[in-house]
Write a protein that binds this ligand. Structure first.
Ligand code: FMN
Length: 354
């Protein structure tokens, strides 16, 4: 029976505990480069006792950014700029992870602080692309349908970004296939209405993503784990659902994906999401049970005893925390105290916790 503070190993990477910081966009980059904000933010989280930090959705190409302030991984400079942040995480015994993403039809928006609305090209936005020319909100600009040339370019961009992630020193790579962004737009019949070999049947809707994951796995170091975040359900009848997720995860596992991070929703604005504490944990549990693939649980998990129970009940292998880590970056240290587990603390902070 695993506990929150038991170590965990995937490939050659050992996590000192089962607590992870979930990826969270900071909308604070400059030309895709991390800034002082990222040094302070991830530095602070690295001191808080978590075993893993997955840094924010980072775009594989400029048109894949949600906003102009997103981080990117389309240039060598961007990889280089992460190195000192990554090194600091490692110096604190934290496994550094990163999430690679493409926003597809959800790209070209104002940052949340400025309202978050889709921007037309006149407002400083850019042309968005998607499996089908259907906007997320009816009032958004219509995305251009992805053609064969785009697919080749996208595949190349995912692979090059994965190589840069490894060069920057990250030890976990997570592919963002959730929350209604480009990959999820292929998966969900609500956003994918293609009539070629990338739309229609389950096999067609998953085709591009399986080849992408396979090619990324081939270039990402063999001794480092590859995660995929999926939305296990659209929460809409006729949409992507848990049964399709299970089948998809089995296929992801065959191409070398090591862990599935189980989130939900995001493909359409009208979904009826039943939010409550731990509301996505049953998805992590079912996928783990039905596929044998390790999972991460996430979503309204805030209490140490709640997180420990998820592990004790074999519902997931690691637990991720997002908003709770923004409220309290030392959450893991406090959880150890509450659960009466001795953990190593930064010497500089000892007087606060003894
Ligand atoms: C500020 C903020 C930014 C987020 N950015 C991302 C992101 O970049 N990628 C992602 O997959 N999820 C993102 N999320 C979702 C979180 O990773 C997490 O799945 C969600 O907040 C539920 O977990 P929580 O209840 O612990 O906050 C974000 C959430 C917040 C609050």
């Amino acid at each position: 029976m695993a506990g929150l503070f038991d170590s965990y190993k995937l490939r050659d990477v050992t996590f000192k505990n089962r607590i992870g910081v979930s990826p969270m966009c900071m909308y604070s980059a400059n030309d895709g480069l991390p800034t002082e904000w990222h040094h302070a933010h991830y530095g602070s989280l690295a001191l808080g006792g978590a075993g893993l930090i997955i840094t924010e959705a980072t775009a594989i190409e400029p048109r894949g950014r949600i906003t102009p302030l997103d981080c990117g991984m389309w240039s060598e400079d961007q990889a280089e700029a992460w190195k000192s942040i990554v090194e600091f995480m490692k110096s604190q015994g934290v496994v550094p992870g990163i999430q690679l993403a493409h926003a597809g039809r959800k790209a070209s928006c104002k940052p949340p602080g400025e309202g978050g609305k889709a921007m037309s090209t006149d407002e400083g936005g850019w042309e968005t692309i998607a499996p089908s020319p259907i906007p997320f909100f009816d009032t958004d600009p219509v995305p251009r349908s992805i053609n064969d040339e785009d697919l080749d370019q996208l595949l190349g961009a995912w692979v090059s970004a994965a190589k840069r992630v490894a060069a920057a020193g990250f030890e976990v790579l997570e592919l963002h296939m959730a929350h209604g962004y480009l990959c999820h737009q292929f998966l969900s019949p609500l956003s994918n209405k293609r009539e070629d070999c990338f739309g229609g049947s389950f096999e067609n809707r998953t085709r591009f993503l399986i080849s992408m994951a396979r090619e990324v796995r081939e270039v990402f170091p063999e001794n480092k784990p590859l995660f995929v975040r999926i939305s296990c359900t659209d929460w809409v009848d006729g949409g992507w659902d848990i049964d399709q997720s299970i089948q998809f995860v089995k296929e992801l596992s065959e191409v070398g994906v090591d862990l599935v991070d189980c989130s939900s929703a995001g493909s359409v604005p009208y979904a009826n999401v039943k939010v409550k504490p731990g509301y996505q944990v049953p998805f992590a549990e079912k996928i783990r049970h039905d596929t044998g693939i390790p999972t991460a649980a996430v979503g309204l998990i805030t209490e140490p005893s709640q997180a420990e129970e998820i592990l004790h009940n074999n519902q997931a292998d690691i637990v991720l925390f997002a908003r709770e880590m923004l409220r309290n970056p030392r959450w893991a240290i406090q959880a150890a105290k509450e659960l009466k587990v001795d953990i190593a603390l930064p010497a500089q902070y000892l007087r606060a916790f003894t």
